[in-house]
Design a protein around this ligand. Structure first.
Ligand code: B12
Ligand code: SF4
Length: 498
């Protein structure tokens, strides 16, 4: 009766589709549903058409920006044209931030914003004319069009993760995901989500725009229970915690690590530098013992004034990052530091140069640090200072879905080449050239394909440039990198795939 669709989001590095599996967990025993995951090579349009002929009436599609948005658009357009009576419902990050643009396209009937598990069931109940159903304007998180006018209902409260039932893994072929997921963390890597939202309000972040500073974690006990279940049932070897901020609560992290210690699993998650710097050495040691191999951090910038503009909050500053590099080295947990360059300031070139220099300082302290460079792509978080600065400098979003799915806006979404008016081609080149030289001199340790002579060759080529600070036109490196086909921390998949 319902199809839940994960449009293709990655060419490699994809994982079990947790977004729609979580919706499925709430549908079990109430409505029949099917899961369609295009990451496995399925053509969703074709599969849906077959299901519609069998009586499927509702299509729930999860949508994050870029490739997935493009596919979601194509699938929805095709289904609406061929089967106008089928109801199409979008949820996930993109529609949550741009509901009106999505509804105005005419190919989507409803948008459900944020964690919408309960609202999704309420909407289906209403469309199925169940006697206990709520009215349209009572369904939290719902946006819809009525008589040509768009309505946005009150926000849905974030779900309490402890009440999420175990995900219906039997609905997907887990083996298909695990058999291609050998990563730096270990073989048979699975993705798992153990919390909702984030307690911070960083002005450049989509998570803050949706959850507005709320975070709730699944208990350490239930989280560890799920991981042990996955180990016993599917023989997983490693876990990527896809939480926006896995490490918010030290005790939860410690208890989880203690519970999985000895299972031989490798694991990874995302954190804030200032949070983990407050953890005790005991907790760090427990994390390391229990298999935490790498942590992804929002380093953002070494410029403390810029951090304020970004509304990073907390106690993070440049010194925190230096301390973090040292602490991570001490405990052997690789820090993966993500920087956001090209912000809307009055000294774009100078600000970028300061951060590039700082990155070299970090690498000197802890050469194992992985560096990920993004350029600032504003997210729809109207009340944030940095979004306001972006608007003042002439930035605006596309007004239609057609524009969003055009190649130039795809690049914006990938945070690699945004269309922000203050970022000129020479800024973009400055970042890209540095990235090339850095990745040659320090090939990613997580790239298991770059070993032995390949590694030495790259180091040799990048070495003199890196030491001399001469990054311009690194064509010889680009050519060699293409030849060796080595993977840099890039888009469309997790960076440490084998
Ligand atoms: C895993 C992941 C990926 C994987 C996808 C893996 C897979 N399944 O195969 C990969 C690596 C491919 C990926 C890529 C990208 N990602 Co991504 N990704 C994530 C991540 C870490 C987890 C998603 C997830 O599974 N969440 C778990 C589920 C349970 O939560 P959820 O998705 O929010 O779903 C709930 C609700 O949103 C809602 N919901 C979701 N869908 C639907 C659908 C319906 C019908 C309904 C009713 C409700 C609903 O209910 C769900 C259940 O509670 C999120 C961050 C996060 N923590 O969510 C980023 C995130 C979604 N990604 C993001 C981005 C930007 C990207 C990229 C575009 C760029 C990049 N450089 O990372 C790329 C490109 C994608 C592409 N090629 O199109 C951003 C989106 C930000 C934004 N501006 O909107 C996020 C939020 C990360 C971030 N903090 O910036 N990603
Ligand atoms: S701490 Fe990270 S996830 Fe949380 S709002 Fe800031 S950037 Fe987003």
């Amino acid at each position: 009766m319902i199809a839940l669709v994960n449009p293709r989001s990655a060419n490699w590095g994809f994982r079990v589709p947790n977004s729609i599996l979580t919706l499925g967990a709430f549908l079990e025993e109430r409505y029949e549903y099917e899961i369609i995951d295009e990451n496995l090579g399925t053509n969703a349009g074709y599969k849906i058409a077959k299901l519609v002929q069998k009586g499927i009436k509702y299509i729930g599609i999860t949508v994050m920006p870029a490739l997935q948005l493009r596919r979601a658009y194509a699938i929805s357009k095709e289904i609406k044209e061929r089967f106008p009576t089928v109801t199409i419902i979008w949820g996930g990050y993109f529609p949550s931030l741009h509901p009106a643009t999505v509804l105005n396209s005419g190919i989507v009937d409803y948008v459900l914003k944020g964690h919408a598990e309960n609202s999704f069931i309420e909407l289906i109940d209403l469309l199925e004319s169940k006697p206990e159903a709520k009215k349209l304007n009572e369904i939290a998180g719902l946006s819809y069009i009525m008589e040509g006018k768009i309505f946005h209902n009150k926000k849905a409260e974030p779900i309490i993760p402890d009440i999420i039932p175990r995900l219906p893994y039997h609905k997907v072929d887990v083996e298909k995901y695990l058999s291609v997921a050998n990563t730096y963390l270990g073989p048979r890597t699975i993705g798992y989500h153990s919390s909702v939202g984030c307690p911070f309000l960083c002005g450049f972040c989509a998570v803050a725009g949706i959850y507005k500073g709320k975070w709730i974690g699944r208990s350490a006990e239930l989280t560890a229970g799920d991981i042990i279940f996955l180990k016993n049932k599917y023989n997983i070897g490693a876990v990527e915690f896809h939480d926006n901020n896995f490490f918010v609560a030290e005790k939860r992290v410690y208890d989880f690590a203690k519970a999985v210690n000895g299972l031989g699993l490798g694991w990874w998650g995302e954190a804030r530098p200032d949070t983990v710097m407050k953890f005790s050495d005991d907790t760090w040691q427990m994390m390391a013992d229990a298999g935490c191999k790498m942590i992804f951090y929002g380093a953002e910038t070494s410029n403390d004034d810029l951090l304020k503009l970004m509304h990073k909050g907390g106690t993070q500053n440049a010194q925190t990052l230096i301390d973090l590099a040292e602490k991570s080295k001490q405990f052997g947990i690789v820090p993966e530091l993500s920087f956001v360059l090209g912000n809307p300031t009055n000294n774009v070139t100078g600000d970028i140069a300061i951060d590039l220099k700082f990155i070299k300082q970090i690498k000197k302290i802890n050469p194992a640090s992985e560096i990920v460079l993004y350029t600032y792509s504003p997210v729809n978080f109207e009340d944030s200072e940095i979004s306001i600065a972006a608007k003042m400098k002439g930035f605006d979003y596309p007004k239609t879905l057609e524009e969003w799915v055009s190649p130039k806006w795809q690049n914006f979404d990938l945070r690699k080449n945004p269309l922000t008016p203050w970022l000129k081609p020479h800024h973009f080149k400055m970042i890209r050239n540095f990235d090339k030289v850095l990745n040659a001199y320090y090939p990613s340790n997580s790239d298991l394909k770059i070993r032995g002579w390949k590694r030495s060759l790259l180091k040799l080529m990048g070495g003199w440039r890196y030491r001399a600070g001469f990054y311009n036109a690194p064509y010889e490196i680009m050519l060699t990198q293409r030849f060796l086909k080595y993977r840099q921390p890039e888009v469309e998949g997790f960076a440490f795939e084998n």
